[in-house]
Design a protein around this ligand. Structure first.
Ligand SMILES: Cc1cc2nc3c(=O)[nH]c(=O)nc-3n(C[C@H](O)[C@H](O)[C@H](O)COP(=O)(O)O)c2cc1C
Length: 167
């Protein structure tokens, strides 16, 4: 299927639904290899005058090793019939299996970033900022208690350089 570019200000989907309900596939590429994982926390908006996404990755994720080595990453959204695949990417680690090959995704590359023909939306992103979350910064301590066991996410702010949507 053909993809067309959409400007960020013309991307008129609910980010609450896209991120929280449909989920994002975050893909990193480094040293000729790629790995991807599912995320359902994050945001999109404007920072430093640029269209950005915010994603949060725990230290244990294999994908984090790829993201930390690379200059960019991609965010992909798939249609509902790929829900099982998204669960797979969110429960199995790329340390144990080549998830991208097992999911039979058609890989494309753009400037050191991996993305997929099958995604209904693709965001090609460039890293701007990364910061580890800290226990001392929690204002609502209940969030810390509920969600962490000394495995604080790293927050990545990435510039959304291009949005591609299926025609
Ligand atoms: C619906 C869903 C949402 C998830 N959201 C996140 C997230 O926002 N951040 C994160 O670090 N892990 C998240 N995960 C967990 C990772 O996707 C999971 O640990 C994955 O197996 C990591 O793969 P990797 O080791 O190949 O990187 C989520 C999992 C699921 C199923």
């Amino acid at each position: 299927m053909a993809m067309k570019e959409v400007k960020p200000e013309e991307f008129n989907e609910s980010v609450f639904r896209v991120i929280g309900k449909e989920w994002l596939l975050v893909t990193g590429e480094a040293e000729g290899k790629s790995n991807a994982m599912t995320v359902s926390w994050g945001g999109m908006g404007i920072m430093w005058g640029k269209p950005v996404a915010f994603i949060f990755i725990r230290p244990s994720r294999y994908t984090k090793e790829f993201i930390d080595k690379a200059e960019g990453l991609t965010l992909s959204v798939f249609t509902e019939d790929r829900r099982e695949m998204m669960s797979y990417f969110g429960t199995v680690s790329g340390r144990d299996e080549d998830k991208i090959a097992k999911a039979s995704l058609t890989v494309q590359h753009d400037n050191g970033r991996t993305y997929f023909d099958e995604a209904r939306v693709t965001m090609l992103c460039r890293k701007l900022y990364a910061q580890e979350m800290q226990q001392a910064c929690f204002i609502d301590k209940a969030c810390d208690e509920k969600w962490y066991n000394d495995d604080y996410h790293t927050m990545y702010v990435v510039e959304i350089e291009k949005i591609l949507v299926q025609d």
